[in-house]
Design a protein around this ligand. Structure first.
Ligand SMILES: NC(=O)c1ccc[n+]([C@@H]2O[C@H](COP(=O)([O-])OP(=O)(O)OC[C@H]3O[C@@H](n4cnc5c(N)ncnc54)[C@H](OP(=O)(O)O)[C@@H]3O)[C@@H](O)[C@H]2O)c1
Length: 321
């Protein structure tokens, strides 16, 4: 296993991060245990979690049980923002909700600190100053080590970094965007921002939740696994995405590699990406990811695969022509 610097921080993480969204949902506690043990045997030390995964903090509780005395050897994340109750204050990035939820997460994870704590989504109601001040207090108390942000537009992250610098508050060190061959919005502004500011980039859904695997790409109209669920189908339902996936699988066949492996190799080949978050549901699926981060696709194959899907044109800044 190779280890990389987590952006501009002094912490080192394995070059794959294991996503625990499946703990307690798509994978029962016993399968979760086998996957955790397998990851640790491979040298994976980086585990992504969130208070909302599997509902009611179930994924955090499973991860907490699995870490046990291994806690000091792993780098863990959690996230706050998604609804945790029907209460009017039961979601979002208010100081009140963040302070309440970090305590709940620490209790479920059975630890006294979270290594990277994410604002999971953008909260249109809470001013960013309030969120950053809450993160700052938690950082000073040692309850969170680094602050991260997921699913925010690049300009909002840039604005928040400006506020942190001006007010001497906790600053986002890590970003977590969706990134795969059919969802390339991060290339437009987020990756350039991360490269300019030295932010670590953890990309999620490199397989487009299963779309970029043979199981789905070659069976247009007949999705299997997670992609058969309304929530995921809605995200990828455009017929063009399935055509791109089929063309992508044809390239994988030509090259003689598994599409799941090639999809991850393509995502990590972007220079801004620090680690992919792997979304396995079985021990067997983990092997592809390990192979993928060691597979150098090179500029020609990257360009050929990239040409399959459109990337938003960068039209905001223009040089003199
Ligand atoms: N920040 C956020 O808002 C956010 C959002 C989503 C996820 N995440 C994080 O990112 C992690 C990964 O997300 P994701 O699950 O969407 O990732 P993904 O890698 O795009 O999709 C994983 C799915 O692809 C299928 N799969 C995995 N390995 C495969 C293989 N080798 N061959 C064939 N199919 C394979 C499995 O589904 P089937 O077997 O059912 O086909 C699996 O559940 C999550 O656990 C979570 O930690 C974060």
């Amino acid at each position: 296993m190779k280890y990389v610097q987590l952006g501009r921080t002094g912490t080192r993480v394995s070059n794959i991060c294991f996503g625990t969204m499946s703990f307690g949902s798509y994978s029962d506690a016993s399968t979760a245990g086998s996957m955790y043990a397998h990851c640790r045997d491979l040298g994976v030390n980086f585990f992504d979690c969130a208070n909302s995964y599997a509902g009611g903090g179930k994924a955090e509780a499973i991860l907490g049980d699995l870490m046990g005395e291994d806690r000091d050897n792993v780098v863990i994340t959690s996230k706050v923002c998604r609804p945790m109750s029907a209460d009017t204050n039961g979601s979002g990035l208010s100081r009140r909700h963040i302070i309440q939820e970090v305590e709940n997460s620490l209790r479920r994870l059975k630890t006294d600190r979270i290594d990277v704590y994410f604002a999971h989504h953008y909260d249109p109601v809470t001013p960013p100053e309030e969120t950053l001040r809450a993160f700052d207090d938690l950082q000073r108390q040692g309850k969170i080590i680094y602050a991260g942000v997921s699913n925010w537009a690049a300009w909002r992250i840039a604005q928040a970094i400006g506020i942190s610098q001006r007010e001497a508050l906790a600053c986002f060190d890590v970003v977590q965007p969706m990134y795969n061959l059919v969802k390339r919005q991060a290339e437009f502004e987020l990756f350039p921002l991360a490269e300019a500011m030295g932010l670590a980039v953890m990309v999620f859904s490199p397989l487009a939740s299963g779309l970029l695997t043979r199981a789905n790409a070659n069976t247009i109209g007949q999705r299997s696994g997670r992609l058969a669920e309304a929530r995921y189908l809605k995200r990828y339902e455009d017929q063009r995405n399935f055509e791109i996936a089929a063309d992508f699988c044809a390239i994988a066949d030509e090259v003689g590699v598994d599409p799941a492996m090639l999809a991850v190799a393509w995502a990590v080949s972007h220079p801004a990406v620090t680690v992919p978050i792997i979304g396995a549901e079985t021990v067997e699926q983990i092997a592809n990811y390990v192979e993928a981060v060691g597979f150098d696709i090179g500029p020609d194959l990257r360009a050929r695969i990239s040409a399959l899907s459109p990337i938003p044109a960068y039209e905001i800044e223009r040089t003199i022509d």
